[in-house]
Ligand binder design. Structure first.
Ligand SMILES: [Mn+2]
Length: 329
């Protein structure tokens, strides 16, 4: 039996299915969970989505209000099949891990190249842009036609995992998007809700941080900061500042953008982004942090002036290396 046939059989013979995804769920995690939930609703199969803390950005998705949140208090014995979506390894299940392990029958649907194949049946295609893209293959094999509810969830997953169709798109990705659009959903509204819509106070916070933005090292480094008082005065949370580091990064001359956020305990949380060659994970790790080549972070008990100075020293080394390389060419 092929993997797809096996998945179909396990789903069709299950009575009650638990759908789980990873911690800090993104659009693909929530989108693929709810796409499955809506598909099961369509074929009148009982299922529950359990996401302890789903991002409210996605509250417009059909079925979001049915998600079991918080502690959950679910009983594993009520389910005869568990499906994990967008989860690369068991630990990413967070507090839902125990439930997954207690359920006898498990399926994993994912697109991470690092996937550990931890379930009884694993459908992992790492070429796909998103778990939602892989889910469409499974739904097609089960002959479940995509309705509007499923389409909104699938579109959201593909949209967010490709950064608004900027990367990871295969020709197949766009073919699937075409199928999704044929249901007649309002893709324009979804895009706006996820990427464009903000609040007045968030916009004011951006204004404050942009006002403090300075360019250093021949305009190659952008630096700005946010104070505790900014969040208090504007009644915002730290998560409302997630996009601010990009204002610096997107300036034409800039290679590295630094954004320092003062926290409740007085420490600064520092986010860094780079464009072409500086490995910000190396810099972050010098200060006890970490991350990726183009996106990394760390914490510091230093003052703002000290932070700016210390980070700049490290960034300068990499800028100099790159300059030497250019001169040799
Ligand atoms: Mn994903």
């Amino acid at each position: 039996m092929s993997v797809l046939e096996n998945i179909k059989e396990r789903i069709m013979t299950a009575n009650s299915i638990l759908i789980l995804t990873h911690e800090n769920p993104d659009g693909d995690a929530i989108g693929s969970s709810l796409a499955l939930y809506n598909a099961f609703k369509k074929i009148e199969k009982k299922s529950v989505v359990y996401i302890p803390c789903p991002d409210k950005t996605y509250k417009f998705l059909p079925g979001f209000e049915d998600i079991v949140m918080g502690e959950g208090n679910l009983d594993a014995s009520e389910f005869d099949l568990a499906i994990s979506v967008d989860v690369s390894d068991l630990n990413r299940l967070g507090i839902t891990l125990d439930l997954f392990e207690e359920i006898e029958n498990t399926i994993c649907i994912d697109h991470h190249i690092t996937n550990q194949n931890f379930a009884d049946i694993n459908y992992v295609n790492a070429v796909a842009s998103s778990t939602c893209e892989n889910l469409m293959v499974i739904l097609a094999s089960m002959e479940i036609a995509i309705n509007k509810e499923m389409a909104e969830c699938l579109y959201t997953g593909i949209l967010t995992d490709t950064g608004g169709f900027r990367y990871s798109c295969q020709p197949e990705t766009m073919e699937m998007v075409a199928t999704i659009m044929e249901t007649g959903i309002n893709t324009n509204r979804i895009y706006r809700t996820i990427y464009d819509v903000t609040t007045f106070n968030k916009t004011k916070l951006c204004g404050r941080c942009i006002d403090r933005l300075e360019l250093l090292e021949e305009d190659k480094v952008a630096f700005t900061y946010m104070l505790k008082s900014d969040l208090d005065e504007l009644q915002l949370d730290e998560s409302d500042s997630d996009q601010i580091v990009y204002f610096g990064r997107d300036i034409d001359t800039v290679e590295v953008s630094i954004f320092a956020k003062e926290r409740e305990d007085g420490l600064y949380k520092i986010s860094m982004r780079s464009n072409d060659f500086v490995d910000v994970s190396v810099i972050a790790s010098k200060f006890g942090g970490g991350g990726h080549v183009r996106a990394a972070g760390c914490e510091s008990a230093m003052t703002l002036d000290q932070i700016r100075q210390a980070l700049l020293e490290e960034i300068k080394k990499q800028l100099k290396q790159e300059k030497n390389k250019e001169e040799q060419v």
